[in-house]
Design a binder for this molecule. Structure first.
Ligand SMILES: Nc1nc2c(c(=O)[nH]1)N[C@H]1C(S)=C(S)[C@@H](COP(=O)(O)O)O[C@H]1N2
Ligand SMILES: [Mo]
Length: 560
């Protein structure tokens, strides 16, 4: 520690450790400053979000499915923690590099700004080059800070060049690094601020000030973002959805079975599955929200506000939503009561005709505020089914996670080709002319929901007692309806399950089967038949490209 005096540069392990700390502070400052800038130019989309979003956009479908399966709805949290972990590691390394090559370490920080900027401008919702600003400004701040902090450690001569004995280290280093470590004007005379030597007090002060300033700008960014989100929250609180002009028929008495462990017939908003690419849930202010309808065959282009929508006749319908990423037996399906404007009515007002009536557009592309694009067949949307622009879900304005203020819902189509949340634009085009977000990622252009059934109870590897065991679950074939559900025990005959009453052909249907369970291991299998007479196929297919197929089985051990 003979060099650890005010006038000599800091060396060895201690220098590396303080370099790593400087790297960490620089990284922290970069992100905090970027958050503040992004709050100003582009709310709710800081560089970490941008990099995360870019990662999601580029994730191969197989990996995305894997992530959703293993982390469920936590997949995005895992991703963000992963990005922060990598950034932390890189910051530590760059800090240590900078103790030897000050300029290279700092340029390294700048390079990450470039990565962040490219990620931000490359996202589907990026509309202008200002999206690069947060990353660039943050990186400049971080790089500058690193350069400055490392300067406080004092410069060390390159080991390949022998130090001249007898002269002070600092003097030697200054001669070599020239302008890079020139003493600050006005600092002359004070040995502690000689920039060629280890400036302990300067470093501690600078590090503390940088940490405090970063925290301050990070918090300011948060606050700024929060106030923007508050308008959206306030606008949602202010929503009063008028009574529908066409109510949903009451759910038949026998549609909801009272069986322990079965999925409730109506899925509450809190329990409803959520699948989207948004790292931060968009907070859209309903009072300034607009939806533009334009494109091929639109003779009267329109832009509607939220108030315009609420003044139109509203329909209320129970519709079961399903995600194409749902595995056989998976959880990404739910049934809710939606209220909204019939999409076909609005399209007709705009002069749109379906292809069967000579319309030139066969694809309706919905675009959300976060840049998602979802393409549905115009024919399906206008064929008389209850495709809607939904504003309400289970008696409330849409929750933010489910698309507030307005989303699409189309009975019979998987969500990725129909259910655009946070919608703000509808363009009529053709399937030949345009591939939507998921189609660009190898999912099918058209994807009607496949007939499926699921055993909710008993649970896999459950241990029911011998005797009568209620096997029960749900089956769905939206817009065709469920006609029959059968259950098989081991390799036995198919047995008819008891079907709950049908609500509509757009909703799932509960079923149950009273099983006379005997001791030992058993496999229970279920299959459904839809109202076109088609029985659910045994053939297993993966979720990509157009939805999983196959029978759901559950293995249980019956105790005596
Ligand atoms: N803006 C936007 N809308 C979206 C998505 C998305 O990622 N972004 N995902 C779609 C998919 S894949 C499905 S299955 C449904 C899910 O709707 P939910 O989250 O309300 O259940 O939303 C659809 N709408
Ligand atoms: Mo989905």
């Amino acid at each position: 520690m003979d060099h650890d005096t005010p006038n000599s540069p800091l060396r060895g392990i201690k220098r590396l450790a303080l370099g790593a700390l400087s790297g960490l502070l620089a990284g922290y400052a970069a992100i905090a400053v970027a958050e503040l800038v992004s709050a100003a130019v582009r709310p709710e989309s800081g560089p970490v979000i941008a990099v995360g979003g870019a990662a999601i956009d580029r994730t191969p479908p197989g990996v995305k499915d894997w992530a959703v399966r293993h982390f469920g709805t936590n997949d995005k949290l895992v991703l963000q923690l992963g990005i922060l972990g990598v950034l932390t590691l890189l910051a530590l390394i760059l800090g240590m590099v900078a103790t030897r090559w000050r300029l290279i370490g700092s340029l390294g920080v700048l390079a990450f700004g470039v990565v962040g900027a490219l990620a931000a401008t490359g996202r589907p919702d990026s509309t202008s080059a200002t999206d690069a600003l947060p990353s660039v400004v943050g990186a400049v701040a971080g790089a500058g800070l690193l350069y400055w902090l490392i300067g406080r450690l004092g410069s060390v001569p390159h080991p390949a060049e022998p130090r001249v004995a007898g002269t002070g280290d600092g003097v030697e280093a200054e001669a070599r690094d020239g302008a890079e470590t020139a003493p600050t004007p006005g600092a002359g005379g004070s040995p502690v601020t000689d920039s060629t030597g280890w400036d302990r007090r300067g470093f501690i002060l600078a590090a503390t000030a940088a940490a405090a300033a970063s925290t301050g700008s990070g918090l300011a960014g948060r606050a700024l973002n929060g106030s923007q989100g508050q308008n959206a929250v306030a606008s949602r609180k202010g929503v009063v959805i008028p009574a529908p002009s066409s109510s949903a028929a009451p759910v038949p008495k026998g549609a909801a079975l009272r069986i322990d462990g079965i999925s409730p017939f109506m899925t509450s908003n809190g329990d409803f599955y959520r699948v989207d690419t948004a790292l931060v849930v968009p907070k859209v202010d309903a009072t300034s929200w607009k939806l533009r309808i334009h494109g091929k065959g639109v003779t009267r282009e329109r832009t509607v506000t939220f108030d315009d929508l609420l003044k139109m006749p509203l329909i209320e319908r129970n519709i079961t939503l399903t995600c194409v990423s749902n595995e056989v037996g998976g959880p990404y399906v739910g049934n809710a009561r939606w209220i909204g404007v019939r999409l076909a009515d609005l399209l007709e007002e705009c002069g749109v005709r379906p292809p069967s009536k000579g319309g030139p557009a066969d694809q309706l592309v919905a675009r959300s505020v976060d840049g998602m694009t979802i393409g549905s067949p115009v024919e399906d949307v206008m064929d008389g089914r209850d495709a809607m622009l939904a504003v309400g879900m289970n008696g409330q304005p849409l929750p933010f996670e489910h698309g507030f203020p307005v989303r699409m819902v189309v009975p019979g189509l998987y969500g990725y080709v129909s259910a655009c949340k946070w919608i703000e634009d509808i363009e009529l085009t053709t399937f030949d002319a345009y591939d939507s977000y998921w189609v660009k990622r190898d999912w099918a252009q058209r994807a009607p929901i496949k007939t499926e059934s699921r055993i909710d109870t008993p649970k896999p590897f459950g241990r029911p007692k011998a005797g009568t065991v209620m096997v029960a679950g749900v089956a769905w074939a939206q817009h065709r309806g469920i006609d029959k559900v059968e259950v098989r025990v081991d390799d036995g005959e198919w047995q008819q399950a008891r079907l709950a009453a049908q609500d509509t052909r757009d909703t799932w249907r509960q079923w149950s089967y009273a099983w006379d369970a005997t001791k030992g291991g058993h496999t229970l299998t279920v299959r459904a038949t839809d109202r076109t007479g088609e029985t659910q196929t045994e053939k297993r297919t993966p979720t990509i490209p157009d939805g999983a197929s196959g029978w759901h089985s559950v293995v249980v051990t019956v105790d005596a």
